[in-house]
Every structure is written in C-alpha cells, then in structure tokens.
Design a protein around this ligand. Structure first.
Ligand SMILES: CC(C)(COP(=O)(O)OP(=O)(O)OC[C@H]1O[C@@H](n2cnc3c(N)ncnc32)[C@H](O)[C@@H]1OP(=O)(O)O)[C@@H](O)C(=O)NCCC(=O)NCCS
Length: 164
C-alpha cells in the first residue's frame, strides 16, 4: 500500500468511498462526500491523500485550513477521513494521518485539529486539553496535535465547506 496525493482521476472514487465509509456511522449526516467536493472547489483542500493498493483506492483523508478565534495561525483541520469498510482496523487510517501530519510539518504548519472519537485519534497523537472548543460540543471530542508553537485555545472554525 502506498500513500499519495489525489489525482484528478481519483475524484469520483474518493466521493464514493467517503459516502460508503460514513453511511453506517450514526453521527453522519451523509454530507461528508459533498464536503470533500466543496473543499476542493473552494480551494480549501490543502492536502488530499489516498491510500492505494494494486491500483485500488482503500482510503482518503482531507486537510483544510481552520481558524481559532478567527485567526488562521497555520492551523489545519483533519477530515473527512474514510477507509473502505472491509479494510478498516488494518492501519490504513493511521498511515494516512501520519503522512498528512508529516506534510503539514514540512509546510511549517502550527498544528492540526479535528472533531472525532478520542479512542481512535489519541492513538495517532491527538489529544484535548479542553482549551479548544467547537460550538457547544464536549471538548474531549475537539482534539489537536501541536506541530509548532504554543498549544491553542479558543473557538475553532472549519472551512466554509463544512458549514453549507
Ligand atoms: C475512522 C477510520 C478512518 C479509521 O481508519 P482505520 O484504517 O480503520 O483505522 P486504523 O486501523 O488505522 O486505526 C488507527 C488506530 O485507531 C484505533 N481504532 C480504529 N477504529 C477504532 C474504533 N472504531 N474504535 C476504537 N479504536 C479504533 C485502532 O486500534 C488503531 O490504534 P492502534 O494503532 O493503537 O492499534 C475508519 O474506521 C473509517 O473510515 N470510519 C468510517 C468513517 C469515519 O467515521 N470517519 C471518521 C469520522 S471522525
């Protein structure tokens, strides 16, 4: 399996993969595939990686700019992230995240944040100190990894694609 940047020919596959991966998730509103398309259309898909094995795309992750208390400050959001259902829990999501974080670090990013299940993201270095908030969500679900500079505090806002 290799992790590489998305190419134009991957776009429809990424859409289908994202729809299929999120479909069984109780928290999903079924909008994630469209969010990826909107991020791309808006120029907010800073990093888009796929996991490929023998020509088949098994996973995808998107990274896009976020603001904290209205300031970008070199922070990015992770997601949506999807792995083909029958290939989940085999390290593919982790490989996508690790590579994405390496690329963010190379770009000089300050850090990366996400909303998600701590059981999964703590395993790849994300944590919450309660200082980063998202609407009125339990701050344990608002996780971040600091790559450079101080730990952030304030209200996080994701790219417009997540809101429309
Ligand atoms: C979430 C998702 C991307 C994770 O990808 P994955 O390839 O299954 O995850 P990995 O196998 O790389 O697991 C990474 C770590 O998280 C843990 N983990 C993965 N899924 C988990 C789950 N449902 N509950 C608890 N821990 C989990 C793994 O044990 C692993 O830890 P380890 O390396 O210490 O063993 C994938 O399950 C998915 O596509 N889910 C549906 C869409 C979704 O929910 N996306 C995320 C929304 S926040």
């Amino acid at each position: 399996m290799r992790i590489r940047y998305e190419m134009p020919a991957d776009i429809d596959t990424i859409h289908d993969l994202t729809s299929i991966a999120f479909a069984p998730m109780p928290f999903s509103e079924g909008t994630e595939a469209e969010i990826v398309r909107k991020l791309r259309a808006n120029g907010d898909l800073t990093i888009s990686l796929v996991a490929e094995e023998e020509g088949e795309i098994l996973g995808h992750v998107a990274f896009s700019p976020v603001t904290i208390d209205g300031v970008h400050g070199g922070w990015f959001g992770l997601g949506p992230i999807s792995v083909k259902p029958e290939r989940q829990r085999q390290g593919i999501g982790k490989a996508l995240i690790v590579r994405g974080l390496e690329l963010l670090m190379e770009m000089g990013a300050s850090g990366c944040a996400l909303i998600g299940n701590p059981d999964i993201y703590n395993r790849v270095g994300f944590s919450s100190d309660g200082q980063l908030t998202y609407l009125d969500l339990d701050t344990r679900l608002v996780q971040r990894i600091v790559l450079r500079g101080p730990a952030p505090s304030g209200a996080i806002r994701f790219a417009p694609a997540f809101e429309s």
